[in-house]
Ligand binder design. Structure first.
Ligand code: ATP
Ligand code: MG
Length: 444
């Protein structure tokens, strides 16, 4: 086979065998967020480039090196979204959602695109589940979104995540800190990597985030932001911690958590795993009080987070956490000839309307290979439809789990089948109650 082409490097296909897992994870994350008052929002995959230049920040790696930017046929500069927040803020402004009752709370699942070096947990197209909360500057909002991420991880029984929090202050106190940082790193210019040398003038806090061993060991001794933040920012951070303590959510304060995007203020946090290798941040977020205004809107405090879904899946695999099985095929209808197949098509059509997962032959295959297929797909019930069955108006339905058979009328077959399925399920339950174990338990 000579393939014309393969998938672009750093992209993944989600195949049908695992597709239901992805959907289950996304659905559960959205529904847990719903209980925290977050509603789903969807924004386009691409936006005008200036949105990301301005929001993510011109000095960040994302904007400088990682964006998929191109001119469309109308000559506009377009960028595939590298993260989820900017588009949501743009929609929040464009549709005047700041006029609605505050807070406004949104959740989303979105593909993101970054031209990075592909490796485990680092892709060029990846997916984020994220939330954004607009309108609240109180520390309880920060703690609430952290508690939402915590709930999501607890729901999936992911236990080995560490929550690391920090405050990076407001633009006022950060200015003083950045001066101190510049001073400190200038004494080490001979040792810093080339990228960090570039960051020194433009955005020295980014050096704290550098993954090179030399830079990160220099960064360890650097001045700490928490020694520079103003009284208001300190009180805010203390309050976030108080809320987390109240909810008994464990955390450590890590002064080197600074986040890669420019728009963060005050609280920043990450959930880190030791089970998935170097790309260990599964969830990252924080407060971004200046962003809405930066994009032309009214001053609106906000906070949010994003979970990297591929990293989250790696984590589930590494921890051997199983997800519910895919729904099985309820019934396979095998047919002996074309006329029977015609009847099968109508039975299946009606059964499907009642939510029964029902398959029949669409190949004209032999009865033997139809039964082989039914076995392979693990159908719960099977039946064979031939001349006799159609003439008598009755068919034997076989339960593949225990081999038992039951004869059902073809007339009103959907009702007959669903009643039988229900009774069979109840039988399964009563087996449990009839067993000696259950009886003994009842006696206690
Ligand atoms: P990292 O430090 O790992 O590069 P980041 O600071 O660039 O992360 P964010 O922009 O905060 O990441 O994105 C939030 C989350 O999205 C990350 O915590 C991670 O789980 C996920 N993520 C980011 N970049 C990628 C990528 N290239 N491939 C897969 N997941 C990613
Ligand atoms: Mg990154």
């Amino acid at each position: 086979m000579a393939l014309l082409t393969k998938a672009v490097r750093g992209t993944n296909d989600v195949l049908p065998f695992t597709g239901y897992k992805t959907k289950y994870i996304e659905d559960m994350m959205l529904s847990i967020s719903e209980s925290f008052g977050f509603s789903e929002i969807r924004t386009p995959v691409f936006e005008h480039t200036e949105l990301f230049d301005r929001s993510v920040g011109e000095t960040t790696d994302v904007v400088q090196k990682e964006m998929y930017t191109f001119n469309d046929k109308g000559g506009r500069s377009i960028t595939l979204k590298p993260e989820g927040t900017a588009g949501v803020v743009r929609a929040f402004l464009e549709h005047g959602l700041f006029n609605e009752a505050m807070p406004q709370k949104y959740a989303y699942v979105t593909p993101c695109f970054r031209y990075e070096k592909p490796q485990a947990g680092r892709l060029r197209e990846f997916h984020q589940f994220g939330v954004e909360c607009f309108g609240a500057d109180n520390a309880s909002a920060d703690a609430e979104i952290i508690s939402l991420a915590y709930r999501i991880f607890a729901f999936f029984e992911v236990e080995d995540l560490r929550l690391e929090i920090n405050s990076i202050g407001c633009p006022e106190c950060r200015k003083k800190y950045q001066d101190a940082l510049k001073e400190y790193f200038k004494a080490h210019t001979g040792e810093l990597c080339e990228t960090c040398l570039g960051r020194l003038e433009r955005n020295p806090m980014r050096i704290l985030d550098c993954k090179s061993p030399v830079c990160s060991s220099i960064a360890k001794e650097a001045p700490k932001i928490l020694d520079y933040i103003c009284d208001d920012c300190r009180a805010h951070f203390e309050s976030v911690k108080k809320y987390l303590d109240k909810m008994e959510i464990e955390y450590t304060v890590n002064p080197s958590v600074v986040r890669g995007l420019d728009y963060y203020t005050r609280t920043v946090f990450e959930f880190i795993s030791d089970s998935i290798g170097a790309q260990s941040a599964v969830c990252a977020g924080g407060r971004y009080d200046g962003l809405v205004e930066e994009l032309g809107g009214p001053s609106t405090p906000a906070c949010g987070f994003a979970i990297g879904l591929e990293r989250f899946m790696l984590l589930l695999e590494a921890r051997n956490i199983s997800l519910p099985e895919k729904n099985p095929v309820d019934l396979y209808i095998a047919s002996m000839n074309e006329e029977a197949n015609l009847v099968a098509s109508k039975l299946a059509f009606d059964l499907r309307d009642e939510g029964v997962i029902c398959l029949f032959d669409i190949f004209g295959r032999s009865l033997k290979s139809q039964m082989k297929y039914a076995n392979k797909i693990g159908a719960t019930f099977t039946m064979v439809l031939g001349e006799d069955e159609i003439a008598k108006g009755k068919v034997k339905v076989k339960c593949m789990m225990d081999g038992s058979e039951e004869e059902l009328e073809l007339e009103s077959f959907t009702d007959n089948f669903t009643d039988m399925e229900f009774n069979k399920a109840m039988e399964g339950f009563s087996d449990v109650f009839d067993s000696d174990d259950a009886y003994e338990n009842n006696e206690e």
